[in-house]
Write a protein that binds this ligand. Structure first.
Ligand code: ADP
Ligand code: MG
Length: 701
């Protein structure tokens, strides 16, 4: 039996091929089902008629009743727009149309009374409704209408031009509901509806579109959010299950000579409890016979490297090679150097492979990889090249995960017949609820504790007026042998302006910190890669005192002698960026400082960001605030994933429901992994439908 909701939208009365095309392009609506799931984003109380004197510049909608007069076409010979005056007993406002002019000119009569509906804007010094909805007022219609709340649907310019503004869409939905409402089927088992106190699906859908009371809107919303999040979690968890079942993994059972030797003789410090916990989690995965797919989250400086290294040694004890991949040469060099130092007294061979590795050396590395002489390969994308072949790659570590695409990671998999264990490390903390969905099919480990004795970076916010004090402080720090970062914003839209800001700043600093006493580096995105690396290296080697740069230094660079991070126009940076930047200092034993400079005018949101930075150094707390401020769409790495095409749920706001649906889905699958119990049959059906549908769950790991 064909599902009536799969019917193409053209079969709906009032939708011809043209409208169908626009609906598809502009709103992704192709079928009855798509339209049914196109929910209003807000509601207006249509029972209330406002007076013109009530209209304020609030961005809310007003329904008014009165007369329309003074219709005038304006703008040279061929009218560009039409204006009119709308009037009730309390005053008048303007009406403006830019489209459909011919039709509008002859459609209003000054004798009639109209009900108009719109959002005020200020135009030529008075309130106007642009493209208001206008209806003839018919005596007694209020009672006839019956419906108090009207859903407002999001629309676009093109939709509006095709008669599909909010009203137009609403009409289609009404039509659809009348035609098919009785056929709407439940997709949640009754035990869930009962235990979670949820509205039935039909009731929820009818009321999300055509509600009578605020209370029912809330109930319908909750039910539909629940449905969306719950099935998302079911998809994620069953997907993860399937991967686990299919994927065989190398079994690293032994803990052998390498790890023991390192642990007993060369471990430079005691591991934190968090590090121990994570190593345990990794060991468990290694021994499970399934491929490990683990995300390791740990704030900058939390000590991920040692965890990575000890895992590498376990792989080695079991006879396997490891490759570690990072996004930039500088990062790769740093990894290479720190691991080399940690392993200096051990008989373990490692090599570095980047874009600048010489051909001859490259050849030697390739050979050693194939014959197994090389235990660890550390490198950039160069690692992925087809020519790189391992004898037995057993473990892959990827640093800074969001810079590598899924496809790139998949390439690494192919480098061995049984897929290698995979550890993805990131210093960008992701709120738990977001990680649950975004990285749903990875297991997540968290290093939530910094090594002891670390002094938290002291953070202050200064307005421009304190500039002199800051300069004095910088001199003092440099006199004590410290190095300083000064970072300028880089926002794509105004790249030229930003570059100018940076270069002006550079000049000021050169002026305030003159040669030969001070050496200043500069670094920005327009420079050639070699020049960037050269400048950066000079700073890393302590040859310059101040590094003036844009955010190109953001990722992972480690200069432990740098103790001051000055961020100019800090109000223009996002929270996660501020946090990443601050993470560049505080890596050595000395007290470090982060100075957030801002202009005097800071938006509310900007103020919250700066206050948050001053208040806390906890990356997870900062990530949570960030999520609340910006919503999930802007959080690093989420945009491309397509995981955020929610119809009604909101990753930032629906924390409670996310956790709840996750737990429920886990419990159900624990009892009934294949959803074969009759009471779960609806779930199984819905999952199958979703899999078949548009949402293809890319393998994240
Ligand atoms: P991440 O890569 O997570 O930013 P690193 O692994 O580079 O952090 O570690 C940051 C610094 O802390 C390094 O200098 C490292 O030697 C040191 N470190 C790591 N773990 C510990 C520990 N348990 N005790 C003391 N110092 C540690
Ligand atoms: Mg690191």
């Amino acid at each position: 039996m064909k599902d009536i909701f799969e019917t193409p939208i053209t079969y709906l009365k009032g939708v011809g091929p043209k409208k169908a095309e626009v609906l598809k392009k502009e709103a992704g609506i192709e079928t009855f089902d798509d339209l049914l799931n196109y929910y209003p984003f807000r509601y207006v109380d249509k029972s209330k008629i406002y007076k013109v004197s009530d209209v304020t510049s609030d961005t809310t909608w007003f329904q008014l009743r009165g007369k329309i007069s003074n219709l005038k076409a304006t703008g040279a010979k061929r009218a560009k727009y039409i204006t009119a005056t709308f009037q009730d007993e309390t005053g008048e406002i303007g009406l403006v149309w830019f489209k459909g002019l011919r039709w509008i000119k002859d459609s209003f009569s000054p004798e009639k009374t109209y009900t108009i509906f719109g959002k005020p804007s200020v135009f030529k010094n008075r309130f106007n409704f642009v493209h208001p909805e206008v209806e003839d007022f018919i005596e007694g219609e209020d009672e006839m209408l019956g419906q108090r709340f009207e859903g407002i649907y999001s629309s676009t310019e093109k939709l509006k031009n095709s008669g599909l503004g909010s009203r137009g869409i609403s009409k289609l939905v009404r039509q659809l509901v009348n035609q098919t409402g009785e056929s709407i089927l439940e997709n949640l088992p009754s035990y869930l509806l009962k235990s979670q106190n949820l509205l039935g699906r039909k009731e929820a859908l009818l009321n999300i579109h055509l509600p009578q009371t605020p209370a029912i809107i809330e109930k319908a919303t909750r039910r539909l959010k629940f449905e969306e999040l719950f099935f998302l979690q079911l998809q994620i968890l069953t997907g993860k299950q399937a991967i686990k079942e299919k994927s065989k993994g190398q079994v690293f059972q032994k803990v052998g000579q390498h790890l023991n030797e390192f642990y007993e003789k060369h471990l430079p410090f005691e591991l934190t409890n968090a590090q121990k916990k994570v190593i345990k989690e990794i060991r468990k995965d290694f021994g499970s016979g399934k491929q490990m797919n683990r995300l390791l989250q740990g704030d900058v400086g939390s000590g991920k490297t040692i965890v990575a290294l000890m895992s590498i040694l376990i792989a080695l004890d079991n006879g396997f090679q490891t490759s570690l991949m990072a996004p930039t040469e500088i990062l790769v060099n740093q990894h290479f150097n720190s691991i080399k130092i940690l392993l200096q007294n051990m008989d373990v061979s490692l090599a570095l492979l980047t874009g600048s590795t010489k051909q001859a050396e490259r050849k030697i590395i390739h050979e050693k990889l194939i014959n197994g002489e090389l235990d660890i390969l550390i490198g950039t994308h160069a690692l992925i090249e087809e020519t790189v072949t391992f004898k037995n790659l057993g473990f892959v570590i990827i640093d800074e995960q969001h810079r590598f695409g899924v496809a790139q990671r998949a390439k690494l998999w192919k480098k061995s017949t049984i897929p290698p264990h995979m550890l993805v490390m990131t210093a960008t903390p992701i709120p738990r609820t977001l990680a649950m969905t975004l990285y749903g099919n990875l297991d997540v480990s968290v290093i939530d504790e910094l090594p002891p004795g670390r002094k938290p970076v002291k953070t202050v916010h200064f307005f421009e007026s304190k500039r002199l004090r800051v300069t004095g402080f910088m001199r003092e720090q440099i006199k004590n042998g410290r190095q300083i970062y000064v970072v300028y914003p880089l926002i794509k839209e105004s790249e030229k302006l930003d570059l100018k800001n940076l270069m002006d700043g550079f000049e000021h600093i050169q002026h305030d910190f003159p040669l030969p006493d001070y050496l200043v580096s500069v670094l920005h995105g327009r420079m050639k890669a070699e020049d960037k690396d050269y400048e950066m290296q000079r700073f890393v080697d302590g040859k310059t005192d101040i590094m003036v740069s844009t955010t190109v230094i953001e990722v992972g660079v480690d200069v432990s002698n740098a103790s001051v991070m000055i961020i100019e126009n800090a109000e223009r940076f996002g929270l996660s960026q501020l946090h990443q930047l601050r993470g560049r200092v505080g890596r050595g034993a000395d007290q470090s400082y982060c100075i957030l400079m801002s202009g005097n005018k800071v938006s509310n949101e900007g103020r919250i960001r700066l206050e948050t930075m001053v208040r806390t150094t906890d990356g997870f707390e900062i990530a949570e605030v960030d999520l609340q401020l910006r919503g999930p769409g802007d959080i690093e790495g989420t945009r491309q994933s397509g995981l955020l095409d929610f119809k009604i749920a909101n990753l930032a706001k629906d924390n409670v429901l996310i956790v709840k649906t996750r737990n429920l889905a886990e419990k159900i699958l624990e009892k009934d992994p294949k959803l074969n119990i009759p009471e779960n049959s609806l779930l199984k059906q819905q999952l199958a439908k979703l899999r078949k549908g548009k949402q293809q769950w890319a393998k994240i790991s």
